[in-house]
Structures are given as C-alpha cells and as structure tokens.
Design a protein around this ligand. Structure first.
Ligand SMILES: NC(=O)c1ccc[n+]([C@@H]2O[C@H](COP(=O)([O-])OP(=O)(O)OC[C@H]3O[C@@H](n4cnc5c(N)ncnc54)[C@H](OP(=O)(O)O)[C@@H]3O)[C@@H](O)[C@H]2O)c1
Length: 263
C-alpha cells in the first residue's frame, strides 16, 4: 500500500533531503516523522500493520505543508528488510528519479516484559528479529543508496544502561543495536555519515501503556530526575537534532533521552 501526500505527488524534482523512518505509524516513530518533515525532509512513513495510522501520519504531514509517503513491510518476516528497501527505492525512483536518500531512522520495535525464565525461544527470536536483525539488514541493503554526509539513527532504550530484569530479551537486543551503532560510525565516518543511538526512557506510547496511565506514570516519574514520563515529541527532538546540520559532529554515541531516569 502506498499513500502519497499532495505535495509529494506534486513535487517534480528531487527533494532537498529524504528520510526513511521505520515504525512511523504510531508513537515515537510518528513524532519523528512529523519532526523531520517539519525540518524540511520528505519522509517515508514505514508501517507494518497500521495502514490507517500510517495514512493519518502522512496526512498530518501534508496538512502542515510537508511531504511524505507511506510504505509497508513486516519487519518480523525474514524478507521484511528487502521488501521495505524495494518498495522505498521504487517510490523514490518513480517520483524523484533517484534512489538516493539522506536519513535512516531504525525506530520500529517490539517489547514484552518478561524475565529470563518466561522467554520462549520463539519469543526471543521474534524480539531479536524486529529489534536487531531488521535494522542490521535494512541498513546493509540501503547503505549503497545513503548519500555521503547522511545520518543513521537507531532507537535503543535506557534499559541497556540500567538493569531491568523484565527486559531479559529486549535489552540484549537493544545493546546489540548500540554495538552496531558504534562500529558503523567508524566504518562510515569516511563518507561523512554519522551513526548514533537514541535511548528513550519511559515514553507514553502503545508500547508503554503504563506511562500513559496517570497513577502508574506518577510512580515511574519518581525514578526520573525531571519528574515526568517522556512524550514522543521529547524523543523526536533529539532525533531532529542528530539529523540536522547541527548534529554533524556527533557520531558513535548512545544518547540517553529519558529525562534522567534511574541515574
Ligand atoms: N515507549 C517507550 O517507553 C520506549 C522506551 C525505550 C525505547 N523505546 C523504543 O522506541 C521505539 C518506538 O517505540 P514506541 O513506544 O513508539 O512503540 P509503539 O508505539 O508500539 O510503535 C511501534 C512501531 O513499530 C512498528 N512495528 C512493530 N513491529 C513491527 C513489525 N513486525 N514490522 C513492521 N513494523 C513494526 C509499528 O508499526 P505497525 O503498528 O504499523 O505494525 C509501530 O509503528 C522502539 O524501538 C522501542 O523499542 C520505546
């Protein structure tokens, strides 16, 4: 399924910057897509199951004068990264005559709270596939098309910094993503491509229903220096900075965006 905003459809030449945000139908990814569009990028709004939500994200970007299109792929499937890259590249070639792009945000993720004794092999594989394998292979496939001076931003979690036993499969997957972030920063530095990880703390989204519940979020806020849970826009601001020209001298970093949770 492909939805294209009015401005994208009307754009004849190549846009100034193109961004792909995975998992942009909801939550943090949606806020990142809106932010990057506000900053002038044409944004590919990737989604898995949330077609209506992705179309709504594209519409919200169009309403504020930005440019976006939606692109579908299930990143829990082995061929998901290939399908996403293929659909993304096809739209770019058809509309702009180039498959080149500038910003890759690996945001799509899944989380389930479970201690080590409650994680099945199938569940471990699923969490590793979406949270680590998909960003790895999507990056591998898209690297030839990422322009020199580009940006890769990976969404990790502050659960790699503080120990949460109930993140038994999730936190190791995110730690792997951070290791990949650092080595890619070295590998791609010669091309002027920066690679960073952003580590949200408790952020009010579908993934973290507790952070949306007034009572539970008050409890969580006691562990946060700034005294409240995060909103998707708090995380999008950090991603916006890293994606901007002002972020050009920051690479290989894992940047906490938790309001100071569990310091
Ligand atoms: N919320 C928090 O407290 C928190 C804290 C630390 C880190 N994070 C990280 O921040 C990122 C965004 O989290 P969020 O809270 O915004 O999550 P969310 O509200 O649950 O949204 C998850 C997004 O990922 C996409 N996605 C999930 N599984 C997918 C699959 N198999 N194939 C394709 N897309 C898939 C979803 O797309 P569809 O709905 O279209 O399938 C959705 O757009 C994640 O990497 C998460 O680990 C979140």
């Amino acid at each position: 399924m492909v939805a294209v905003s009015r401005r994208a459809a009307a754009t004849a030449g190549a846009p100034a910057r193109v961004a792909l945000v995975t998992g942009a139908s909801r939550g943090i990814g949606r806020a990142i897509a809106l932010r990057l569009a506000r900053d002038g990028a044409t944004v590919a709004v990737h989604y898995g199951r949330g077609e209506a939500e992705a179309v709504a994200t594209v519409a919200a970007i169009a309403e504020s004068g930005g440019s976006a299109f939606a692109v579908k792929a299930d990143l829990g499937e082995a061929e998901g990264p290939e399908r996403l890259a293929e659909a993304f590249g096809r739209i770019l070639r058809d509309r702009f005559g180039t498959a080149g792009f500038d910003i890759l945000v690996n945001n799509a993720g899944i989380g389930r709270r479970a201690r080590i004794d409650a994680v099945s092999r199938a569940e471990f594989d699923r969490i590793l596939t979406v949270n680590l394998k998909a960003p790895f292979f999507l990056t591998q496939i898209l690297l030839p098309h990422l322009r020199d001076g580009g940006r890769i931003i990976n969404l990790s979690s502050m659960g790699t910094r503080a120990a949460y036993p109930e993140m038994a499969a999730y936190a190791p997957a995110k730690a792997g993503l951070e290791a990949l972030t650092r080595l890619l920063a070295v590998d791609l530095g010669g091309r002027g491509i920066t690679v960073n990880a952003v580590l949200p703390g408790a952020t009010a989204t579908d993934m973290n229903a507790g952070a949306r519940d007034p009572e539970i979020s008050r409890e969580i806020a006691r562990t946060i220096a700034l005294g409240r849970v995060g909103q998707p826009e708090d995380i999008a601001s950090v991603v916006g900075f890293l994606a901007s020209p002002d972020g050009a001298w920051v690479t290989g970093q894992s940047i906490d965006a938790s309001g100071g949770q569990r310091l």
